[in-house]
Every structure is written in structure tokens, then in C-alpha cells.
Design a protein around this ligand. Structure first.
Ligand code: PLP
Length: 341
């Protein structure tokens, strides 16, 4: 499908005004020279709505519109205590006059003084419930809470963890089209796209956008946790196809064989730093003045660097790094931030 036809389909979806688009797209001159590739960056760290944007804002445009249309008063979502998604949901809710309720798992025990995203959640007066790391129990508690509020006549809206639902992924179909348009204008044809993947909502949208407009880049997705890759790809392909159906392009199908999931770079675990990521964060900061985080975008940058330096991505390639945000984690608990100072 032509880019313009894809844009016409996407325009039919209702969105709330919670960010600033298009986000910047530019070349990394010094790193391109150093690494021997043409390296561009897509700045979804600049989605807004406040100072600390990120990839979840693209999804939240649609969730917020849906919540408002359904007459919701409270918006519930889930994550880890330092969840970027939860913090961005709180931001978007306040922009739309909705009340955020966050159920957060203490994967890393929070410091007594709230740091980073947990501090921002408090600034936004989000209702925060910190629970032990058991997703099933957390969801059950949140659903009971919603049922109580509903019984009292308050309408609640639930956003899944990471915003991984077809409506959210539609935001990244649009993101992919936005990037393709900017790349074309810059005369840049990406051979490879690197990004961090967690819940898979972003990846589903990117892959759907990629297949929808038939753009040749290989999408390499750096996992940030210990998901089983075969099942992960199956679920993400399904999500991509549901997002395509949602926008009225159900004839396009994303297939599991198209995915490139990088499984080594997050180790030893989610929210646990490693020296390759420390180096990647420093390299980008020192050479380009740009910040990535130790949990998501830094691990993706590490994966991209390693792929270039090891020759898996050949010299002379055109490479796009998709910055998904998250740099607030640089101010998180010291177990999370690694050796970057
Ligand atoms: C959530 C997040 C991701 C992963 O996005 P998913 O859609 O959950 O896969 C990547 N980078 C950052 C900074 C994030 O907060």
C-alpha cells in the first residue's frame, strides 16, 4: 500500500492530543564516522507531553481518546515500580482530565525516597499501589478495585501493561509511516532498524507498518526480559495483525518469520545493568549528547553497536536507531543504573 493510503486509513482513528508529532529524525554524524555506517535516530524520547516522553505516548493518544469516548473517570494500568509506561499514562491522564491508578510490581525494591518514574507518579498525584512481583495477583487486585469503583458509579478504563493492545500498536503503525516519510525526505533508506522491545506493542506496530507500506528495512528487536522467543514472536505477530484489522488493512498479514529478536543483550535480567549497556550509554552520551536508559533503549543501543562492531551489520549499511525514551531511569535506584558515572 502507498504511504498516503496508509495515512488515510490511520486518520480515521480518534486520538487525544497528548504529544508532539512528528518527533525529530536526524543523523548521528560522529557515530556514523566512528562506526562506518550511516546512522540515523528517531527521537521518540521527544513525544511529550511533558519533559519526559517516550514510546508509550504514541499508544496513549488512542487509549486516551477511547477512555474519554467511553466516559471513563479512572484509568488503571500496570507495570514495574519504575515503569515508563505507568508514568506516561499518569502524564497523559492529567492532560485529559482523567484520574490515573497505577498497580506497580516491586521488581527492584524502591528506595525509601521515591526516585525517577516513581517520584514523577507522585508529582502527578497518581494513585499508586506497590505490590509484590506477581502479575496475576496484581491484575486480580486491580480488577477488584475497578469493580468496587464501578459499583459506586465511577467508570473505569483499563490499559494493559506496556499498552500492548491493538489500539496502542496502531500508534506505531502511524509511527512507522511517520519515520518512512522523514527518511524519504532525508534521502535515507534504512537497511536495519534497531529498537528495544518489552510488551511487544511497539514492535507489533512497527512490523505492521513495515508490511503495510512495504519498506525494506530489517527490524531488529532487542528483548529487555526473559520472554521465550518463539511464543513471543507468535503473540507479537498476532497483535500486529489485530492492529492491521483495526485500521481496516486486515488483508496485510505479518508472519512470525519476519521477526529478528535479539535475546542476549538484556542479561542478566530485566532492570539489571550489564557492562555492554554501560558502554553504549556512555558512547552515545559522550559523542552525541543523547541519553538512553539502562533498562530499555540503552540495551537496544548495545545490541545495535555489537551487531555493527561484530560485522553482523556490514560496514556501509544504513542503520536507524529508534529511541523509545526511558532516560528517567538514569535517576532510578542504583541497582538499576549500572556503572555509567
Ligand atoms: C516500554 C518501553 C519499551 C518497549 O516497548 P513495548 O511496546 O512495551 O515493547 C522500549 N523502550 C522504553 C524506554 C520503554 O519504556
Amino acid at each position: 500500500m502507498l504511504l498516503n493510503d496508509a495515512k488515510i486509513l490511520l486518520e480515521k482513528l480518534k486520538r487525544a492530543n497528548v504529544g508532539f508529532f512528528p518527533t525529530p529524525f536526524h543523523k548521528l554524524e560522529r557515530l556514523s564516522d566512528m562506526l562506518g555506517v550511516e546512522l540515523y535516530i528517531k527521537r521518540d524520547d521527544f513525544t511529550g507531553v511533558g519533559l519526559f516522553g517516550g514510546n508509550k505516548i504514541r499508544k496513549l493518544q488512542y487509549f486516551m481518546a477511547d477512555a474519554l469516548e467511553k466516559g471513563a473517570e479512572y484509568v488503571f494500568t500496570f507495570g514495574a515500580t519504575q515503569s515508563n509506561h505507568a508514568m506516561q499514562t499518569a502524564t497523559a491522564c492529567r492532560r485529559c482530565g482523567l484520574k490515573p491508578v497505577l498497580y506497580l510490581m516491586s521488581v527492584v525494591e524502591p528506595d525509601a525516597f521515591p526516585r525517577s518514574n516513581l517520584l514523577l507518579d507522585r508529582v502527578f498525584d497518581a494513585e499508586v499501589h506497590i505490590v509484590p512481583p506477581d502479575f496475576g495477583k496484581m491484575q486480580e487486585a486491580a480488577r477488584e478495585h475497578m469493580a468496587r469503583l464501578e459499583a459506586e458509579g465511577h467508570k473505569c478504563y483499563e490499559i494493559p501493561g506496556g499498552g500492548a493492545a491493538p489500539l496502542g500498536s496502531a500508534g506505531y503503525i502511524e509511527g512507522y509511516c511517520e519515520m518512512a516519510e522523514q527518511a524519504m525526505a532525508a534521502g535515507f533508506k534504512p537497511d536495519y532498524v534497531f529498537h528495544a522491545t518489552g510488551s511487544g506493542g511497539t514492535l507489533a506496530g512497527l512490523m505492521a507498518g513495515h508490511d503495510l507500506i512495504g519498506c525494506g528495512a530489517e527490524i531488529h528487536s532487542v528483548l529487555v526480559g526473559n520472554d521465550e522467543p518463539v511464543q513471543y514472536v507468535k503473540n507479537t505477530a498476532e497483535l500486529a495483525n489485530k492492529a492491521l484489522e483495526l485500521i481496516g488493512a486486515g488483508n496485510v498479514k505479518v508472519r512470525p518469520e519476519e521477526f529478528h529478536i535479539e535475546t542476549e543483550y538484556y542479561l542478566p535480567g530485566y532492570e539489571q545493568p550489564n557492562s555492554g549497556t554501560d558502554r553504549a550509554i556512555k558512547l552515545l552520551a559522550v559523542n552525541e549528547g543523547i541519553l538512553v536508559d539502562p533498562v530499555y533503549s540503552g540495551k537496544a543501543f548495545y545490541g545495535m553497536l555489537d551487531s555493527i562492531e561484530s560485522g553482523k551489520v556490514p560496514k556501509g549499511s544504513s542503520v536507524l536507531f529508534w529511541h523509545t525514551g526511558g532516560a528517567t531511569s538514569i535517576f532510578a535506584e542504583k541497582e538499576i543504573i549500572g556503572n555509567i558515572y
